[in-house]
Design a protein around this ligand. Structure first.
Ligand code: PHE
Length: 453
């Protein structure tokens, strides 16, 4: 195709890729999911296993995705196709790119809804309506919110519109420009939260919970959740990193870039834990409340604390920023695909893809209220999309990607693009053996082929 010869868009600034990729990685996964998973799985030992998973599965795969994007310099489907052809493999490998792109798009259809909850909570906190409220009242407030499709829809729509406007403005003028302030802004707010938590009286308890390794609390299921989460939190197998990698200048080191992004993502997840758990402990609340940790437990704590409304507001603004820099990245793969393949302008693509995401997000909205009983395979629409992406498409996409890069492509292509000297062998063998083994294990467990009690 002629497009191969066109000069391709690149990140403008030195930190363009770093902010975009870190913004993508840092999201609801770090601030909402990681703390509640840690809470459910007993704390420090889970954190340690998660770190090992980032090292053995996350980092090698992230390097691979950036490499694919940059070598192919196109949307994920064509990037993987071109690299496969260059390496003498079947062009059908593009299916891996297609699966990733589809995952990212599908995740956005529910991510926008949950990001919308955070928006609602900015207002709930700022209005002070929960100040002094009892735990029951805080719980009821969240329950009533989920039961009202109209309110969920307003916030979901707003998230979709903001996301698509930014993406529609282009890679440099939209994505790079906006993540360039949202990402650092989010970090500043998070640090303010950690300082506030540091003065709550529960800091030592919170830190002990996060960092004390009690291996008796760890279960095989916990190990596998840590592994699955390593994927999600680094935005792997969702098109995002391949798409962003396509804009990475040739002179940047893929290894160094990956290590910085993975380090930043992990540091932020731990900081989120350090902002949340001390507040929870200081108010005598439970850490194991699951998905409600952020929307019920934490607001209950804020309701009782000095300056609770102010810091509650700061917390949820931070969450909205973190979610937006991720939602932007989920749709970039599809944007690149339709603009490159169909020749659409970015604004046109943004409107059409935005409408599609929005329509599909209605399925997630009703899953919490009128459609709570509409079940397929025993799951609501939201649960099905979550299951399809997290349990099937992502692990499968990651597995195929590892096989393609480490077993099929000739070493001269990967070694040349990664340009990492002696450490190349480590990348190769981890990706050949360790990564696939880990993924096959998650996969088998999620499909119920192996069972742990
Ligand atoms: N990494 C993001 C988070 O932790 C989620 C994400 C998944 C972003 C897939 C892009 C693609 O919230």
């Amino acid at each position: 195709m002629a497009q191969t010869d066109k000069p391709h868009t690149l990140w403008l600034g030195r930190w363009g890729f770093f902010f975009a990729a870190t913004g993508s990685a840092v999201g609801l996964g770090n601030i909402w999911k990681f703390p509640y998973m840690t809470g459910e799985n007993g704390g420090g030992a889970f954190v340690l296993i998660y770190l090992v998973c980032i090292l053995l599965v996350g980092i090698p795969l992230m390097m691979t995705e950036i490499m694919m994007g940059r070598r192919g310099r196109s949307n994920p489907i064509d990037a993987v196709r071109k690299v496969a052809i260059e390496g003498g493999a079947s062009p059908l490998w593009r299916i891996v790119g297609m699966m990733s792109m589809l995952s990212g798009f599908l995740i956005l259809t529910f991510y926008a809804v949950i990001a919308g909850w955070s928006f609602e909570y900015v207002l709930t906190m700022a209005s002070g309506q929960l100040s002094g409220a009892s735990p029951e009242l805080v719980g009821q407030t969240f329950g009533q919110f989920l039961e009202s499709p109209g309110r969920l829809l307003i916030w979901d729509t707003l998230i979709v519109v903001i996301t698509m406007t930014i993406v529609g403005l282009g890679v440099q003028g939209g994505v790079e420009r906006n993540v360039g302030w949202m990402m650092p802004g989010m970090v500043v707010l998070l640090i303010a939260m950690v300082i506030y938590a540091g003065n709550s009286g529960g800091f030592i308890d919170g830190l002990t919970f996060l960092f004390a390794f009690d291996f008796s609390k760890i279960t095989p299921t916990g190990i596998l959740s840590a592994l699955g989460h390593a994927f999600f939190t680094l935005s792997l197998a969702a098109g995002a990193i391949i798409a962003y990698g396509a804009y990475l200048p040739q002179d940047k080191s893929i290894v160094k870039t990956t290590l910085t992004v993975a380090f930043a993502d992990t540091a932020i997840a731990l900081l989120a834990g350090m902002a949340i758990f001390p507040i929870v402990f200081a108010n005598g609340l439970e850490t194991g409340s699951g998905p409600g940790l952020l929307f019920v437990t934490l607001p209950t704590a804020f309701a009782q604390m000095p300056f609770g409304s102010l810091f509650g507001t700061i917390f949820f603004v931070m969450l909205v920023l973190a979610a937006l820099t991720s939602s932007i990245s989920m749709v970039e793969a599809s944007m690149a695909m339709v603009t490159e393949r169909f020749g659409w302008s970015r604004p046109k693509a943004a409107v059409i893809l935005g409408l599609l995401v929005w329509l599909m997000s209605l399925g997630t909205i009703v899953s919490f209220n009128i459609g709570a009983d509409w079940k397929l395979f025993g799951r609501t629409i939201f649960e099905n999309i979550d299951y399809l992406t997290a349990n099937l498409l992502m692990p499968l996409g990651g597995l195929l990607m590892a096989i393609l890069a480490a077993w099929i492509l000739p070493r001269k292509i990967t070694a040349n693009e990664l340009n990492m000297g002696n450490t190349y062998t480590i990348w190769l063998w981890v990706l050949r053996l360790v990564t696939p083994t880990c993924i096959v294990l998650i996969f088998a467990q999620q499909l119920g082929l192996i069972q742990f009690s």
